[in-house]
Write a protein that binds this ligand. Structure first.
Ligand code: GDP
Ligand code: ZN
Length: 357
């Protein structure tokens, strides 16, 4: 296995060299299963764990490896290895942890292109596309919109046009996993060992497209040594796959459950037209609701801005505010807990030193 095929670049090589860890090699995380990883490197495939040091130094889950990460790896022989550190990420996909917590969780790293997949049938909705574009831009990856099941729709060009109207400059292509339409174009976006990932509703054909790109020969399951060290073999599903014609695809369960997790600033990236209008508002903190001199409301009034686009913008704003609010609560709680433990340990030291507190 050569690192270039996995997406290795000169700038990663520089980052790796600067870690200066002796006896270590570079590898890329191909699967994550609880706290265990499958890592690919020039030495092949290894079952890896992170060092205790990395675990305790990590301020949050964000600093731990995820699929797609480049890591500093120490091979320990017999197909085992230890991960010492994570190299700086180019892009990062996050999702909200399931349940009440609003702590972000990394689901994939170093993805260059995200295929935002919809179908030519009931799933197709410019509003839904906008949401996925927002998430993608937040990750730092470049989006490409794929309208799959083109074989079921004679007038696919209509849908391409309506997706292009909300794409914010992203490429839009019609595809069919069934008859092969658009597959060449998708593959060409991954040329030069670029890494792609897929998001979109269930049933739109993400797996079918991935399988069509992989062809029949690619092995999706991989045998790794039993994690508990008892010497048995187990198989796990590889979540990072190299295409036969070059390029890499990441397909993790987390990417499939991606939820709205975005910063308010990224709204502007998903709605460049509204952003542009907002520059003309009288107040710089205009919420475009009822403020006097609001250029967005004016554009709405004179038909320059479509009502449904404005509404989907407002809806996203509200959701993001809600998420941001919950996140603040979490941060405050974490901060309080930290102070509690600091004051506890100060008391402890005082007691040891002076015999009282
Ligand atoms: P996923 O949930 O997004 O991974 O969707 P799947 O890949 O599992 O596909 C869902 C269903 O759509 C399956 O029954 C596929 O056979 C079908 N399907 C996928 N791609 C196409 C396509 O391009 N054309 C047609 N007609 N059906 C498709
Ligand atoms: Zn305004």
């Amino acid at each position: 296995m050569n690192l270039q095929c996995l997406g290795w670049t000169p700038s990663l090589a520089t980052d790796f060299t600067s870690t200066g860890l002796p006896g270590c090699i570079a590898g890329r995380v191909a699967a994550e299963h609880r706290d265990r990883y499958v890592v690919l490197s020039e030495q092949g495939e290894a079952a890896a764990e992170i060092t205790g040091r990395l675990r305790y130094a990590a301020a949050s889950r964000l600093e731990l490896p995820t699929v797609g990460d480049w890591v500093v790896l120490q091979p320990c022989g017999d197909g085992f290895a230890v991960i010492h550190s994570v190299l700086p990420r180019r892009t990062l996909f996050l999702r909200k942890v399931p349940g009440e917590l609003t702590e972000p969780q990394p689901v994939s790293a170093n993805v260059d292109v995200v295929f935002v997949v919809t179908d030519s049938e009931a799933d197709f909705s410019p509003r839904r596309i906008e949401r996925y574009l927002l998430l993608t831009r937040e990750s730092g990856a470049e989006p490409a919109i794929v309208i799959n099941k083109a074989d079921l729709r004679p007038q696919i060009e209509e849908l391409v046009r309506s997706a292009s109207a909300v794409s914010g400059g992203a490429r839009v292509l019609a595809a069919s996993a069934q008859d092969g339409t658009g597959l060449g174009e998708m593959a060409s976006l991954l040329e030069g060992a670029r890494t792609g990932a897929f998001i979109g509703s269930s049933g739109v054909g993400k797996s079918s497209l991935i399988n069509a790109l992989l062809g029949e020969t690619t092995l999706r399951t991989t045998a790794v040594r039993e994690w508990d060290g008892k010497g048995r073999h187990t198989t796990t599903s590889r979540q990072l796959l190299v295409l036969p014609g070059g390029g890499i695809v990441i397909d993790t369960p987390g990417m499939r459950e991606v939820q709205l997790w975005a910063e308010e600033e990224s709204l502007g990236a998903a709605f460049p037209d509204i952003e542009e209008l907002a520059a003309g508002c009288r107040f710089s903190d205009c919420r475009h609701q009822e403020e006097p001199g609001c250029a967005v409301l004016l554009a709405l009034e004179n038909g320059e801005l479509a009502q449904d686009r404005y509404e989907s913008y407002r809806k996203l704003c509200r959701e993001l505010k809600f998420l941001a609010g919950r996140q603040d609560v979490r941060l405050r709680q974490a901060e309080q807990a930290r102070w509690k433990s600091i004051s506890k340990s100060v008391k402890h030291v005082m007691k040891a030193k002076y015999g009282h507190n």
